[in-house]
Design a protein around this ligand. Structure first.
Ligand SMILES: CC(C)(COP(=O)(O)OP(=O)(O)OC[C@H]1O[C@@H](n2cnc3c(N)ncnc32)[C@H](O)[C@@H]1OP(=O)(O)O)[C@@H](O)C(=O)NCCC(=O)NCCS
Length: 201
């Protein structure tokens, strides 16, 4: 694989990158994020009204991985007194399992000055985060239905969503929560088969 390079948007702005170049990167990030956020209602509005202004008022940042001027992964971050959060974290499918995610998280932790930032993960993607999460001892603190999507439960890791204020009494391992989820999917699957077979009798 060609060399993947890592850049920090806040740093690029400080270095005096032209606003045209920054806009191109931000547009590319939006395009890439729609691959993983397509079913989040209003993601594009959130990106344009919250994420981009936050970059310019120093409450948000995005760290990107790019190759030959193509953004192949990114982690978008919020850093305020109240909240240190990974808002979105994604590495393009063809580039996954090359340690890009590991490097992006390391950089995110450095920027946020927090090893256990808040992050929410769709439950069906949780297994992809297990290795990275275990490295920093991340724990599931809550699970919410209909938080952003109506189709998938959202797992809250390392804290509480500011306006929700619910939490497990005992935070749980990411892998354990994923196993319980897979088990419930299997149970559901077998139940549906039994139901169909019964219906055929
Ligand atoms: C999670 C994610 C960012 C990891 O990126 P990546 O570049 O593949 O990560 P790395 O190559 O650094 O892998 C880190 C570890 O995770 C493991 N891993 C990566 N992808 C995995 C997968 N699909 N299943 C199981 N383990 C996986 C790697 O094997 C590696 O383990 P190791 O440290 O023991 O070698 C990537 O899988 C992804 O973008 N997933 C979708 C994210 C998503 O849904 N985002 C929206 C909510 S924020």
């Amino acid at each position: 694989m060609n060399k993947v390079e890592i850049e920090d948007i806040n740093e690029l702005i400080k270095k005096g990158y032209s606003s045209k170049a920054i806009k191109k990167i931000l547009d590319d990030i939006l395009l890439l994020s729609l691959k993983v956020k397509e079913d989040y209602p209003d993601y594009k509005t959130w990106y344009q009204n919250k994420q981009i202004p936050g970059i310019f008022n120093n409450t948000r940042n995005i760290i990107i991985a790019h190759m030959n001027n193509k953004v192949v992964g990114f982690v978008s971050l919020k850093k305020t007194k109240e909240e240190k959060k990974i808002c979105t974290f994604y590495v393009e499918k063809n580039f996954q399992k090359n340690k890009i995610g590991t490097i992006l998280v390391e950089k995110a932790i450095n920027y946020l000055e927090e090893e256990k930032p808040l992050i929410t993960i769709p439950i069906d993607k949780l297994y992809e985060f297990v290795k990275i999460g275990n490295k920093y001892n991340w724990k599931v603190t809550d699970i919410q239905e209909n938080l952003y999507r109506t189709t998938t439960k959202e797992v809250i890791v390392n804290g509480t969503i500011l306006d929700l204020n619910t939490q497990y009494e005992q935070p749980k391992e990411l892998s354990k929560v994923y196993k319980i989820y897979k088990f419930s999917c299997l149970k559901h699957f077998f139940k549906s088969i039994i139901y169909k077979t019964d219906g055929n009798n």
